[in-house]
Design a protein around this ligand. Sequence first.
Ligand code: ZN
Length: 384
Amino acid sequence: MFNDSQKSQDPKINRREFLAGSIGSASAIIAHNNQSSFGNSRNRKSIHTVLGSIDPYRAGVILTHEHAPTVDWSELYQTKPAPIASKKILEATSALLNLFYNVLGKLDKPGTIVEATPIRVGRYPHLLVQLARMTRVQIVACTGFWCEAFAPQHPWALTMSLKRGGINEMTKLFVREITEGMEDPKFSWGEKFTNIRAGAIKIGTSTYLRPSERAVHEAAAAASKETGCPILTHTTNGGGLEEARLLIRSGVDPKKLMIGHQGHMDDRKNEEANEYHIKIADLGCYLQFDRVGSENYNFAKQARQVKFLVSKGFLRRIVVSHDHVPYFYGNYMKVEKGIDGWRKGNPDYTLVSKKLVTSLKKLDMSDSEIRTILVENPQRCLAF
Ligand SMILES: [Zn+2]
């Protein structure tokens, strides 16, 4: 969309406005510094949403770790699958996402979420497309397998992690989902694929790295290396540094790595693990403060940790999000409520844009610094 001749030397007047056509609204977005970081007209990098690839500047504010509309653990427990989410669920989720769109300033619209639900835990590619068409917010989907933190590893991932050549097979699956399209969970594992592409890889670890999780990390690293696709992680009160070291050793570009669930007990000892965050940032990775507003992750505390990193020169290594889940299905549990057995949350996707930003300003962070964290950092990391 932009060519090099349009480039300005002064970032303050480096203003690009354009129409965000795919959502049908005329929202204007300022593109700030380092225009050239997304490549020239021949090798331009994009952010890959479920509705297609977009110029990174068209993303607006990006929440790098959310779920919408569903997370479903029934395959992990090998129980009867959930009914595919109904129109009601999509409409309710779309309305929640539109609230996020509505609070964004004209220059930060339309807003984008990374839908961090990996393979076979409630990720329905067609549903994500339907949702993306309903809401004004853009959606990036994930490939990858989840971990053993709160439920068993997915049996498909487990099978591949145990067999000879299985990590290569898993790598091929991730690469195919990134370059061609995600598999369709309405059929058996890997039987049919959609043409809806994943734009990120989501993986995770339990409190300590399990063998199946190591296999998933190695496959994710190989897939990221091959495609340039970014990785975002789940951590379970610690383990982020181990993840980062393992992935970087396996060839991942640290600039394509967001270490997740930071902001509480990340070094397993301290509620606010500032020195530990520095160690991760020093590797060149992003720290993802992605549970903003939930229990143990209050705004003031998250803001203090962000400010500390900024004070040490790591402004460009921070991203933020909520890790919200509007509809959760776990029919292994006794109590089920809500629509068709889906347990309904009522998450607020505006907490980062409103309350976290207020807390950051109280610590004297400037609008430009806040914009770097909410807009520019995730754009840079997600573009490939
Ligand atoms: Zn999550």
